[in-house]
Design a protein around this ligand. Structure first.
Ligand code: PLP
Length: 382
């Protein structure tokens, strides 16, 4: 594939193939571009590919998360209740909690997994807690067993933000099938790209009717008339986006394999640096979804992620941080009153972590280019 990015090594690329183009052309020919037959086909394919009972397509990963959260109002949650979230994640996870009328209560992560620390959850539960919103960060599944046990003990919903984890598995279970529901993103650079788009998966058929209602302004499931039964929003996917999604899901296995090979190649080419960096390790009990390649400087390496980032960016490699601590390293949740130091692991990763792409269009020469530049940096600066 031709490199369309200004970077020599981009975080993500998109290629729209003949299948998607034909489906888009079909929509134009039929003069039907909002949600219709393509959305239905995409939902069916997504559901079958991962053996979910239900799949509900949305306009983004963010609105997918919002739709799940807003739907739990019908299951006993009240405005102002609390939802536990990891301190480190892409901001959309916690913004969706706020948008659905709940207060995010942040819990620190584990440095080596980048995921919520199950040992810290119980102390954050109050009478107002209604759900634990986990995030399978960088495609690595959270340690769900203790989380599900805590949720059972306190009668909480478990919601799985799987936006970076398409196809990931934990002890034989696909992500988004262990809690009440899970959301996915199809933004550029994600495993499937629909321009903008998202999906909700659930094993609960009754819940999916609620999701479809909230996705469409709180109307009764399947109708588009003016009856509004509950709080909702316009979170619908359209048929042009779904056309791209159909091509993506039909090629999912191939894409997953290529990205996984790329990720393993990067891990292999940098394993001599594991005394300097934490890399995500895949345990026997899990399958990590190849969303990106992350690294975090180890404790005794006196360096900041931003210094390495600048070096890589100067050399044409697109680099992203590892989000950092939302409650203390960003302004967005300042009003909640958290203080720097309350989330030592998320704050550490915020300063010392970065990630780059491992997408399916990267060639071996580009992977080697990144590996060489990481080594060059280490020789010069560490
Ligand atoms: C963990 C996580 N949650 C939510 C989202 C939001 O998805 P979208 O950008 O499709 O709204 C993302 C996007 O990358 C994400 O990484």
């Amino acid at each position: 594939m031709k490199n369309h990015s200004k970077f020599k090594y981009a975080f993500g690329e998109i290629e729209i193939g003949n299948r998607a183009q034909a489906l888009v052309a079909e929509s134009f020919k039929n003069h039907w571009v909002s949600g219709g037959p393509h959305v239905k086909t995409f939902e069916d394919l997504f559901r079958k590919t991962f053996s979910y009972k239900e799949a509900v397509a949305t306009s983004s990963g963010t609105t997918a998360g919002f739709t799940i959260l807003a739907s739990i109002h019908d299951l006993g949650a009240s405005w102002g209740d609390e939802v536990i979230v990891p301190a480190l994640s892409f901001v959309a996870t916690s913004n969706a909690v706020m948008a659905a009328g709940f207060k995010p209560v942040f819990v620190d992560i584990q440095r080596n997994t980048l995921n919520i620390d199950p040992n810290l959850i119980e102390r954050s539960i109050t009478k107002k807690t209604k759900a634990i919103q986990v995030v399978h960060t960088m495609g690595k599944p959270c340690d769900m067993q203790p989380i599900l046990e805590i949720a059972k003990k306190y009668k909480l919903f478990v919601l799985e933000d799987s936006c970076e984890a398409h196809g990931a598995q934990y002890r034989g279970h696909t992500v988004a099938s262990m809690g009440l529901a899970g959301n996915f993103s199809f933004y550029t650079a994600h495993m499937i790209c629909t321009a903008e788009g998202g999906m909700i998966a659930t094993q609960n058929e009754d819940f999916s009717a609620l999701l479809r209602s909230v996705r469409s302004h709180g109307r009764p499931d399947g109708t588009d008339y003016f009856q509004f039964d509950r709080f909702g929003f316009n979170c619908k996917m359209n048929d042009l986006e779904a056309a791209l999604g159909i091509e993506g899901i039909e090629n999912f296995e191939k894409i997953f394999k290529k990205r996984k090979n790329n990720l393993n190649y990067l891990l292999d080419g940098t394993k001599d640096l594991s005394h300097l960096f934490y890399f995500l390790e895949e345990g026997d009990h899990e399958v990590i979804s190849p969303h990106g390649f992350s690294l975090v400087f180890r404790e005794d390496v006196l360096n900041e992620g931003s210094h390495l980032s600048n070096y890589l960016i100067e050399n044409g490699i697109q680099v992203k941080t590892l989000f950092g601590s939302l409650p203390t390293q960003h302004h967005v949740f300042k009003f909640l009153g958290y203080q720097v130091g309350e989330f030592p692991q998320a704050e550490y990763v915020g300063l010392k972590g970065i990630h780059v792409g491992c997408h399916q269009y990267l060639e071996k020469s580009q992977l080697d280019y990144f590996i060489d530049h990481l080594h060059q940096y280490v020789h010069r600066h560490l």
